[in-house]
Design a protein around this ligand. Structure first.
Ligand code: BEZ
Length: 253
């Protein structure tokens, strides 16, 4: 089952700014050099894309959300609306970079093939996304609460959180050499309530619930998660696990 996730750029900036704020480790892994031509895959509202431009790179951002592309263009960025598995580029980038996006792409192989085509030989694919075990407690609570309503909770999971072995195999099969790949647990404090997080990131679980039942469902999930994820200070800390990798295009097409 798949549903289009809707992004509201103002809401995203309010509830999810931490996603780009925590992007520095993957930028460090990318080690961008001034003058490099870089594709930011899933650029969102362009916060990290702009960092790359400010470092002197020539950057194209792509995203499948029109509101996010509009927000990125307001920052003066070259931001283009397109799907990750239909990139029109041919061997023109030194690197493809992606932060917090690949876990939305359940059919990873066509996307990896499109990234491969976009890179010159020797180009890098450097990315971070949710990895195996990511937001495990949230996922379990969301699935269980749908199951308890007689629905198939698993079928509503909109995310793909791969193991390093799984992703490395896909990358190598596509013609990449995997230079490093690892899972990194990163418990992450939220700026607000878990309900904001759920409304922003867990829309895939809500689509088949009638409008009035959605708030009740979210409150039930919140109640399950509160003893697990809310600290005595009142702050919610989400059980993020990142999959971070760097790979190089090595096989000529
Ligand atoms: C993540 O960045 O890991 C993530 C974002 C949204 C939903 C689930 C995970």
């Amino acid at each position: 089952m798949s549903f289009a996730q809707a992004w509201d750029s103002e809401n995203y900036a309010r509830t999810a700014r931490f996603v780009s704020d925590l992007g520095s480790p993957v930028i460090e892994l990318l080690a961008p050099q001034p003058g490099e031509r870089i594709l930011d895959l899933g650029c969102g509202d362009g916060a990290l894309t702009k960092n790359l431009v400010d470092l002197g790179c020539d950057v194209v951002g792509v995203d499948s959300s029109a509101p996010q592309i509009e927000a990125a263009r307001k920052l003066g960025l070259d931001a283009r609306l397109m799907d990750a598995d239909a990139l029109p580029f041919l061997e023109e980038f030194d690197a493809v970079f992606s932060n917090a996006v690949l876990h939305w792409i359940k059919r990873a192989d066509p996307m990896i093939a499109a990234v491969y085509r976009s890179l010159r030989l020797g180009g890098r694919f450097v990315a971070e996304c949710g990895g195996y075990g990511n937001v495990h407690k949230i996922r379990a609570a969301l699935v269980r609460a749908l199951d308890q309503r007689g629905m198939d909770g698993e079928a509503h999971v909109p995310w793909y959180f791969p193991t390093p072995g799984d992703y490395a195999t896909r990358l190598e099969r596509a013609g990449f050499r995997v230079d490093n790949i690892a899972l990194i647990p990163r418990p992450t404090p939220l700026p607000g309530d878990i309900i904001d997080w759920l409304e922003t990131f867990a829309q895939g679980f809500l689509h088949d619930l009638p409008g009035l039942a959605r708030a009740e469902y979210l409150q039930e999930v919140r109640a399950v998660l509160e003893p697990q994820l809310r600290e005595s200070t009142g702050i919610w800390v989400v059980d993020y696990v990142r999959l971070r990798f760097a790979a190089t295009k090595v096989t000529p097409p």
